[in-house]
Design a protein. Structure first.
Length: 129
């Protein structure tokens, strides 16, 4: 009989997602602990894809690896590669994969870092519909 799969802690899952992004050559993958400021998730993992095909490949790779290693399926996957921003929601960890243009525009690192950067908040407000 095989051993039961150990459920990862939020921090372990964030590290795992970061490693998956690195494995598929995502640019500048980072993780940010958002739990002190957000009730939505404990961690954000943010990475840049160099193209729409790479964006799709990152999503597919992460989904496969999460199923294979932890028998874990995302709560949801949102976005279209043509929008330049896709995300995978694991509940405690949300993975944002973006093109460089979208990542620069929304600057999630600036919004969710230790202290939100005023220019990041201003830029986000300017892009609201």
């Amino acid at each position: 009989m095989s051993e039961p799969i150990k459920k990862p802690t939020p921090a372990e899952l964030a590290d795992f997602c970061l490693k998956c992004m690195e494995d598929k050559l995502a640019t500048n993958p980072i993780k940010i602990k958002v739990s002190p400021h957000s009730s939505v998730a404990d961690w954000y993992v943010i990475a840049t894809a160099n193209s729409e095909p790479q964006l799709r490949a990152l999503i597919n790779h992460l989904g496969r690896q999460a199923r294979d290693v932890y028998h874990l399926r995302p709560l949801s996957e949102n976005g279209e590669s043509s929008s330049g921003w896709m995300l995978v929601d694991f509940g405690t960890v949300i993975v944002h994969m973006m093109t460089q243009e979208v990542r620069d525009r929304y600057n999630l690192e600036g919004l969710w870092g230790e202290t939100p950067a005023p220019d990041a908040v201003k830029t986000l407000a300017e892009h609201q519909p």
